[in-house]
Each structure stands twice: as structure tokens, then as C-alpha cells.
Design a protein around this ligand. Structure first.
Ligand SMILES: Cc1ncc(COP(=O)(O)O)c(C=O)c1O
Length: 363
């Protein structure tokens, strides 16, 4: 199958670019004695998880138990980076822990106790990483004392094992924030680790990171592993922030121009149901709804559900009705989750239909 033969909009993933992105991250981590535990929410694909493990990833990260069940087809060591689970999800998780190494990041006693009861009743061991807020202020304990309390509480459950710390520095989004941001992450983690050590508690795992901070992870010497997700495909956000070059963007939405009736623009057959409504941070107005690499100056100015309007005022070349164009999505992770299947593109240009295995697994 070739690109001309597929229906659009379709998400096409260039496999050679994926391999380069995976190898580059693994090489960096190897140089700094860091494990890589990729966040699989970006690709939601058992095949891609397998590729990450083949490149040397130490395990996989998921947000949801449904994702964990899918990713368990590729790997044996899974971190659920999500604090609380309802009884049904806890039951599924402890079932998984019968055959796999399972860890959960926890930041509160309610979640910990619920998990502890479920794991203990099922006769399994679940590892606990205490989630520490190092500046993103989304989840995570706020003080070293709270972290210590959770670590101590873990030890009261036969079904739990305290494995260490977890943080997500999602607030560090640009290079100007990097040095101070990473220093703060390091200071906060160090304080918790010192208190744990004083209390005789070992923390063999310190898990942190995002795509923006991954290549700067060696500035947080406390880390033992990093959890980049987006790096496998990259996106317009990564490109605009300078985390990757255009050659590193593995995913492109292939669209067809369906209208040029309104002067000054054309309309693509991809709206928010294909590109998502995620804007380009930190400058949403400037960025539009995706990048058209072959049409410099073109801007996707407005999306409805099935239409993407492209302003061509600043564009020297114009696509015609029927032409196919490529769009690099602003944020690839939710975009992938909109497709049951994507296409993997091989070196010879041929395409292979591939399931997005954990698509829609939002619980
Ligand atoms: C807990 C956690 N870890 C890792 C990641 C991966 O970060 P990125 O998408 O920047 O690669 C995310 C992303 O949302 C996350 O929420």
C-alpha cells in the first residue's frame, strides 16, 4: 500500500525516524547510567513498546490500567503513573501483578491503603513509588515528611513494597526554565531522599522526566530512570520549543484538500476529530492547529470537527482541491488516541496498517 491509496485523514508514522528517536534517547541514557521507562501513552502500541524494549528500555510506563493490560503484551515491568484507582481497576491491576512486575505512583494515603488492601488480598506484591511535587503542582506530596509517612505506611501492607520516588516536571517547558527548574527538582528530591535515609528507608528507584527534560536529566543526579513519552514521535510542540528538528517528527497526518471556495484559504478533511483541539504552547495564536511542512507560511487557523481551515495569505505555494498535504500535529499523544489504526511507513515508502492497541483505554 502507498500513501496515495489510503483514505484520509490518516496518521502515518515513519518507522526509520522512530528508530532514530529511540536510539538517540537510549544512547543518552546509557551515557549517564539512567534507565529509560518510556511513557507509552504517546503511541499506545504494543509494537512500539516492543521496539522501545528492544532498544534497551528497562520497563514501560502507562497512565491507566487498561493501557497496562495492553502493554503487558510487550513487557514484564510496568509503572502505572496514576495515583488512585477505583475497585474495578484495582482488581485488574492486582491480576496483572500475578505475572508482571507492577509499580504504582501514589501521593495520598487513601490511594495507598486501597491499593495495599487489594494487593494483600490477592496475594501479590505491588511496588510503590511516592509521587513528589517538584514544581508542576499537579500531583505529588508537598513535603519530605509527607513522603516519609507514605513510605512508612507502605511497609504496613504485605502486598506493597516501597521502591522509591516519582516526579513529573511538566512545568519545565522551555530551555530558559531548564537550569533553575532542574535544580529545584534535584533539591526537592534530595531533601526527601535524605529524610528517608535518616529513617533507614532505601529508595532504589527515582523516576522522573518528560520529553523536554530528558536530555537534561543528568542535571538531576537523584534520577535513576527517565520517562519520556512524546520523544518517540515528536510533534509541533517539541519542534517549536527546540527539542527536536523537523526530521525527528515521525508522525504526520495525511489530509486531502476538500475546498478552496472561500478566497485566501483551503479546507482540509481533518478537524478537531483528527488533529485534536490542543493548541501550540506557549503561543497558541501564533502556532495554529498544526504545521504544514511543505507549505511554509500556511497556517491552520480554525478547526471544526471535520474541517481544518488553512490560511494561505503568507504562503507562496498553494495546494489545490484534491491535493494531499501533511500536517505535523501540535500534540501527538491525544491525536494518536483518536485513531483505531495508524499506518507505519517503511523505508521503501510502503505503508502497513497498524492497530493503536490501547486506543480509548482511558480507565
Ligand atoms: C507522569 C508522566 N510521566 C511522563 C510523561 C511523558 O512526558 P512527555 O509527554 O513530555 O514525553 C508524562 C506526560 O504527560 C506524564 O504525565
Amino acid at each position: 500500500m502507498t500513501e496515495e491509496q489510503i483514505s484520509t485523514p490518516a496518521l502515518v508514522i515513519d518507522l526509520a525516524t522512530v528508530e532514530r528517536n529511540l536510539q538517540r534517547m537510549q544512547d543518552y541514557a546509557g551515557q549517564h547510567q539512567l534507565n529509560v521507562r518510556p511513557h507509552t501513552k504517546t503511541h499506545k502500541s504494543v509494537y512500539m513498546a516492543g521496539r522501545q524494549l528492544a532498544h534497551g528500555a528497562a520497563g514501560l510506563t502507562v497512565a491507566k490500567v487498561g493501557e497496562a493490560e495492553e502493554m503487558a503484551k510487550a513487557g514484564n515491568d510496568i509503572l502505572v503513573a496514576y495515583p488512585y484507582m477505583d475497585p474495578a481497576r484495582r482488581a485488574a491491576l492486582v491480576e496483572l501483578a500475578k505475572n508482571k512486575t507492577v509499580r504504582v505512583a501514589v501521593d495520598n494515603a487513601t490511594a495507598l491503603e486501597a491499593l495495599g488492601d487489594a494487593a494483600t488480598s490477592a496475594g501479590v506484591k505491588v511496588g510503590v513509588l511516592v509521587d513528589v511535587d517538584t514544581g508542576f503542582h499537579r500531583t505529588g506530596v508537598q513535603t519530605a515528611e509527607q513522603a516519609l509517612k507514605l513510605a512508612q505506611a507502605t511497609e504496613r501492607f504485605k502486598g506493597l513494597r516501597f521502591d522509591g520516588l516519582f516526579t513529573f516536571p511538566g512545568h519545565i517547558k522551555n530551555k530558559a526554565m531548564m537550569a533553575d527548574g532542574q535544580a529545584e527538582v534535584s533539591r526537592t528530591l534530595r531533601e526527601v531522599l535524605d529524610l528517608l535515609k535518616k529513617s533507614g528507608i532505601a529508595a532504589p528507584v527515582v523516576s522522573g522526566g518528560s520529553t523536554p527534560t530528558s536530555y537534561f536529566a543528568h542535571h538531576v543526579p537523584e534520577y535513576t530512570e527517565i520517562r519520556p513519552g512524546t520523544y518517540i514521535y515528536n510533534d509541533h510542540n517539541c519542534l517549536a520549543a527546540g527539542w527536536c528538528s523537523i526530521e525527528d517528527c515521525a508522525a504526520r497526518l495525511v489530509c486531502t484538500v476538500v475546498s478552496d471556495a472561500v478566497p485566501g484559504k483551503v479546507v482540509l478533511d481533518a478537524g478537531s476529530k483528527a488533529l485534536t483541539s490542543d493548541r501550540l504552547g506557549p503561543d497558541p495564536e501564533k502556532g495554529g492547529h498544526g504545521l504544514l511542512p511543505e507549505y511554509p507560511g500556511a497556517k491552520v487557523v480554525r478547526l471544526s470537527e471535520e474541517h481544518g481551515e488553512v490560511d494561505l495569505a503568507a504562503c507562496a505555494i498553494r495546494p489545490k482541491v484534491g491535493d494531499r498535504v501533511h500536517v505535523i500535529p501540535n500534540h501527538i499523544c491525544p491525536c494518536v488516541n483518536l485513531f483505531d489504526n495508524v499506518y507505519f511507513k517503511r523505508a521503501d515508502g510502503s505503508l502497513e496498517l497498524a492497530r493503536v492497541d490501547a486506543r480509548g483505554k482511558v480507565s
